[in-house]
Design a protein around this ligand. Structure first.
Ligand code: UD1
Length: 328
C-alpha cells in the first residue's frame, strides 16, 4: 500500500513508518520537524516538510500521492501542559486534525489510522479499562483526542471514511533492532526522564508521589512498547482495508508497573545511580491505569510482545547510549 505517515519523524511515528516500510509498503512522511527529528527520515521514504495547520499544503500533499491510507500521529501530547496551554492543543490537535480529515475527504483518502489515547477515559472507574469505560477526560489533551474520535465517527457516517482510533496507554521503549533511534526532544514522560538522569543530562528524577493506594505508593501505569504499537498500526490498517469497518481499540500491555519498580530496574540495567527525590503528586495523575486489550486481541489478533520491563528499559537505554556516543 502507499501510505502517508503524518508525524512520521516523531517518536511513535518513526517506529510506525519504519515498520510499515520494512514490510513492503511505500511510505511518505509529512512532518514539520517541531518535535520529530531528521535522523528518523530514512532514504526510502518520500518526505514533505510542512505544518498540518497549512491546509493548502496538506491538500496538495494528499492529492499528489495517490495514497491508500494515512496514519496521523502529529500531535502535542503532554497532558499537564494541555491544562496550562489549551490554545496550543486546540490548534495542533483539534484544528490540525480537522484539516487532515477535511483534506483526506477532499483528496479521496478513505482509510485513517489515528493516534488516540487512554487519556480519553479520565479517572478510572474500574480496572482494567476496556473500551466501554465512560469517556470523561480529566485533561484538555484527552478531550482533544475524544473530540477527534467523534469527528471521525461522523466522517465515517457522512463520507464513508474508515478509521481506526488506537487508544495508546503509556508508549515507551525504542526499536529493539536499534535502527530507529532518534531521541525525543525535551521529554516529560517517566522512562525518558529516567534515562536522561542516567545519561547525566539531568541531575535527578522527581518521583511524583509515593502516597498513592498502590503496592509501593508510587503511580502504576501500563507501558506499551512502540514496536508493539507499530505492529498494531499495521494490523489495524489491514483490518480497515479488509473489513471496511471502523474501530476504536485500547493498546496496552495489561500489566502495571510502578514508578519505583521502573526506577530500581533502570538503576540495575544502566549501572548508574539515577538519583531521585520524592516530590508531591502531579495534579491530574491517577494512581493506577491498566488496559484491557481484549478487543485488540479479538479484532486484530494483536497482543503486546515487547512490553516487559527489561525490553522497555534496555531498548531505551541503548538508544540513549548511541546518542551519547554520536555526540562524543
Ligand atoms: C500521560 C497521559 C497519556 C499520554 C502520555 C503521553 C494521562 C492520564 N495520561 O501519561 O495519555 O499518552 O502522558 O505524554 O493523561 N512520573 C514521575 N516523574 C516524572 C514523570 C512521571 O514520577 O518525572 C510518574 C507519573 O506521576 C506517573 C508515571 O510516572 O505515575 C508516568 O507518567 P508519564 O510518563 O508522564 O505518563 P502519564 O502521565 O501516565
Amino acid at each position: 500500500m502507499k501510505i502517508l505517515v503524518i508525524g512520521g519523524a516523531g517518536y511513535i511515528g518513526s517506529h510506525v513508518a519504519r515498520y510499515f516500510a520494512d514490510r513492503g509498503h511505500s511510505i511518505d512522511v509529512a512532518d514539520n520537524l517541531s518535535t520529530g527529528s531528521e535522523i528518523n527520515l530514512f532514504p526510502d521514504y518520500g518526505f514533505f516538510k510542512g505544518d498540518i495547520l497549512d491546509y493548502p499544503w496538506l491538500l496538495e500533499v494528499m492529492k499528489q500521492g495517490g495514497y491508500d491510507a494515512l496514519v496521523h500521529l502529529a500531535a502535542a501530547k503532554a497532558a499537564g501542559e494541555s491544562m496550562l496551554k489549551p490554545e496550543k492543543y486546540s490548534l495542533q490537535n483539534l484544528a490540525g486534525t480537522i484539516n487532515i480529515i477535511n483534506a483526506a475527504a477532499e483528496a479521496g483518502i478513505r482509510n485513517i489510522v489515528f493516534s488516540s489515547s487512554a487519556a480519553i477515559y479520565g479517572e478510572p472507574k474500574y480496572l482494567p479499562i476496556d473500551e466501554l469505560h465512560p469517556c470523561e477526560p480529566e485533561n484538555y489533551y484527552g478531550f482533544t483526542k475524544l473530540k477527534i474520535e467523534e469527528i471521525l465517527r461522523w466522517f465515517d457516517k457522512l463520507k464513508g471514511m474508515k478509521f481506526a482510533a488506537l487508544r495508546y496507554f503509556n508508549a515507551a521503549g525504542y526499536d529493539p533492532a536499534g535502527v530507529v533511534h532518534g531521541l525525543e526532544k525535551n521529554p516529560a514522560n517517566l522512562i525518558p526522564v529516567i534515562m536522561e538522569v542516567a545519561a547525566g543530562m539531568r541531575p535527578e528524577l522527581g518521583v511524583f508521589g509515593t502516597d498513592y493506594p498502590t503496592r509501593d505508593g508510587s503511580g502504576v501505569r501500563d507501558y506499551i512498547h512502540v514496536t508493539d504499537l507499530a505492529i498494531a498500526h499495521l494490523k489495524a490498517l489491514e483490518y480497515l482495508v479488509e473489513k471496511k469497518e471502523s474501530i476504536a481499540v485500547n493498546l496496552g500491555s495489561e500489566q502495571g508497573l510502578s514508578v519505583l519498580e521502573i526506577l530500581e530496574r533502570a538503576r540495575s540495567i544502566t549501572g548508574k545511580p539515577i538519583p531521585a527525590v520524592i516530590t508531591g503528586r502531579r495534579p491530574g495523575d491517577p494512581a493506577t491505569l491498566i488496559a484491557s486489550s481484549a478487543k485488540a486481541k479479538e479484532l486484530l489478533g494483536w497482543e503486546a510482545r515487547y512490553s516487559d520491563i527489561d525490553t522497555l528499559l534496555t531498548t531505551t537505554w541503548n538508544a540513549y547510549q548511541r546518542s551519547m556516543e554520536e555526540k562524543a
